[in-house]
Design a protein around this ligand. Structure first.
Ligand code: PGA
Length: 240
């Protein structure tokens, strides 16, 4: 694992955008693994500006997002499909038909998950996967547990995640208690992974990620088994 420590969140966004843009520049038809949450928003903004300035193009890229609340319609303003449109896709030249987010309304989430993983494989696999990290060490919605799941699946959110995400909803009771998420193997198959972490609230999770423990109680620690993961953290997340 390579670790890049930055002064602040804006510098994290810049470093992440540099690596992400390099991937797209080197391979214009890259398969992008994308994440929602507040952390990658700065990176998306920089990439959208680069696209606008003609420095990079996403027109031949495909994308797969990590997760979606369940059940939630893609048109809901807290859905991750909506988030991606507003924060990234509406501002770049990607063909939206080539952007996928797990279906938060799937009648059969297991079948949807299997099809989603197959679609990623059929596209050639994810070239670069962006990840945030939960305060509890989750990646996507793979929550700390005794067992982790390999493929895209339906899961329940922990109290910690519901509390952390309540800020986006009118009230905590409105936060969906379930989600469909790419699994640990779906994520670990990506050729390059960049994990972004900012703020003191992430320090405990990041600290475990940087020590030598690998545990399902902090799913992010499994990234130590991945051959090409880059952690980009600001000083608050790194030092506490
Ligand atoms: P955040 O979420 O970027 O909003 O902090 C990250 C995550 O929960 O994975």
């Amino acid at each position: 694992m390579r670790v890049i420590v930055c002064e602040n969140a804006q510098e994290v966004a810049k470093e992440a955008a540099k690596i992400f843009a390099a991937q797209v520049y080197m391979k214009p038809n890259s398969v992008l693994g994308l994440a929602t949450g507040s952390t990658p928003v700065g990176m998306y903004k920089i990439l959208a500006d680069m696209n606008k300035n003609g420095e990079i193009s996403f027109k031949d890229c495909k994308s797969f997002n990590l997760d979606e609340y369940y059940p939630l319609a893609p048109t809901h303003d807290q859905s991750y499909r909506y988030f991606m449109n507003v924060n990234f896709f509406d501002h770049i030249d990607i063909d939206k038909a080539n952007t996928r987010v797990p279906d938060g309304l799937a009648e059969d989430p297991a079948a949807m998950g299997a099809e989603y993983d197959a679609a990623i494989d059929a596209a050639g696999g994810v070239d670069i996967q962006v990840l945030g990290i939960g305060q509890n060490g989750h990646i996507a919605f793979n929550e700390p547990d005794e067992k982790l799941v390999a493929g895209t699946h339906l899961t329940s959110l922990t109290e910690s995640t519901i509390n952390a995400n309540a800020r986006f909803f009118e009230k905590k009771e409105d936060v969906p208690t379930q989600a469909v998420t790419m699994g640990m193997a779906s994520i670990m198959k990506a050729k390059t992974i960049i994990l972004l972490a900012t703020g003191k609230a992430k320090h405990d999770a990041v600290k475990e990620l940087l020590d030598d423990k690998i545990t399902t109680s902090n799913p992010a620690t499994l990234l130590k088994l991945h051959p090409n993961t880059i952690i980009i953290a600001d000083k608050d997340a790194y030092n506490g």
